[in-house]
Design a binder for this molecule. Structure first.
Ligand SMILES: Nc1nc2c(ncn2[C@@H]2O[C@H](COP(=O)(O)OP(=O)(O)O)[C@@H](O)[C@H]2O)c(=O)[nH]1
Ligand SMILES: [Mg+2]
Length: 359
């Protein structure tokens, strides 16, 4: 899974990217300092793995990962070639979801492209560029479909979907899933469009306002909805990223936070993308694997190895909480809490699984 971090220059994208990846993307006070997109792989925090590790006495803990890309160069007019122009667009097309960083911090030493902090206008500016980019893609495709529809009537219904989508874009409205049927949305989703990708907004706010009401934050919440916005302080996150795990907890407690903002970003991204994880556990390794919600057992087995999918026989499934509660697999088996599931089983959150397969 790949998430692209976008936003106007100097909003804190690279600072957040660095904190997320502990990496080396440059964070500097220049609008276009990150010319190439930076890619970083991040572990998805999962305390269940540590508990399973204790239970199975293994030190090998392998969390599942998310890839973040720091995408620079998005400014007003970018879809027409301003800033880094269309270069950013190809990077955004490749991601599964967008994390849109919005500047809510005031700092007179750090310039804002428009000279003034105005999160709502910033969101509009970026979203309009994305809309314009999609409008171009859609126009081209409509032209092509019109020609094809003369020979192939099936394309007529696709043409209708695209026309409906285009009407939205032309009004400057950001398309939302609810305006389309599932079939329509699925079709649109396969077209490498940008505005159909799930979006999460990250409000970068001042370090001393992280626990208080922030006017900007309230404004954004009203605009995009409560569950789409994650307030964080890039400065604090950067400090947290430098700490060891036990120091981290103390630091978070001092700030009256129970989780780092980045952990919240990662978890929210999971929800946003309709993803969940399942677990495998044993003396050799305890590991989390990412799947889409609704994935069936053989498909999930295929995440581990294609042979496991091909030769799938059954899955032995124990709920993580049962396993922790009763302390061992033999106990959950004895109590009938370890179930045998077949190929139509839909994986659930908190499943600890052992797959049986033929080679
Ligand atoms: N005061 C303050 N400065 C920040 C914060 N986040 C980023 N900055 C600074 O703003 C400047 C631009 O940040 P950067 O991450 O490079 O922005 P980008 O252009 O969006 O990648 C850098 O000098 C950062 O140190 C913040 O939360 N508070
Ligand atoms: Mg940057």
């Amino acid at each position: 899974m790949k998430i692209g971090i976008v936003g106007l220059p100097n909003v804190g994208k690279s600072t957040i990217f660095n904190a997320l990846t502990n990496g080396h993307a440059e964070a500097q006070n220049y609008p276009f300092c990150t010319i190439d997109s930076n890619v970083g792989i991040v572990n998805v925090p999962d305390e269940r793995l540590d508990k399973l590790g204790e239970l199975y006495k293994t030190k090998k803990i392998t969390p599942t990962t998310i890839e973040f890309v720091d995408i620079a160069g998005l400014v007003k007019g970018a879809s027409k070639g301003e800033g880094l122009g269309n270069k950013f667009l190809s990077h955004i097309r490749e991601v599964d979801a967008i994390a849109h960083v919005v500047r809510c911090f005031e700092d007179e030493n750090i310039s804002h492209v428009n000279g003034i902090i105005n999160p709502l206008e910033d969101i509009e500016t970026i979203n309009l560029e994305l809309i314009l980019a999609d409008l171009e893609t859609v126009d081209k495709r409509i032209e092509r479909l019109k020609k094809q529809a003369k020979h192939n009537k099936d394309e007529l219904s696709n043409l209708e979907i695209l026309e409906k989508f285009k009407v939205k874009l032309e009004k400057g409205e950001y398309p939302v899933k609810d305006d389309f049927t599932i079939e329509e949305w699925n079709y649109l989703n396969n077209l490498q469009l940008i505005t159909t990708k799930p979006i999460l907004y990250i409000a970068n706010i001042l370090e001393d306002q992280i626990n208080s009401d922030n006017l900007y934050l309230t404004q954004i919440k009203e605009k995009v909805g409560n569950n789409r916005i994650i307030p964080i302080s890039a400065k604090i996150e950067n400090e947290i990223a430098q700490l060891e795990d036990d120091e981290k907890e103390v630091f978070l407690e001092e700030l009256s936070l129970n989780e780092s903002g980045l952990d919240r970003v990662i978890k929210a991204s999971y929800d946003l993308l309709g993803l969940q994880s399942f677990l495998t556990a044993g003396p050799d390794e305890c590991r989390a694997w990412t799947i889409k919600k609704g994935t069936k057992a053989p498909e999930a087995a295929g995440k581990i190895h294609s042979d496991m999918k091909r030769g799938f026989i059954r899955a032995e499934v124990t709920n993580y909480n049962d396993l922790i509660k009763y302390g061992s697999e033999s106990k959950t088996k004895e109590l009938g809490l370890t179930r045998t599931e077949g190929k139509d089983y839909i994986m659930k959150e908190n499943d600890v699984v052992f797959f049986r397969f033929n080679v």
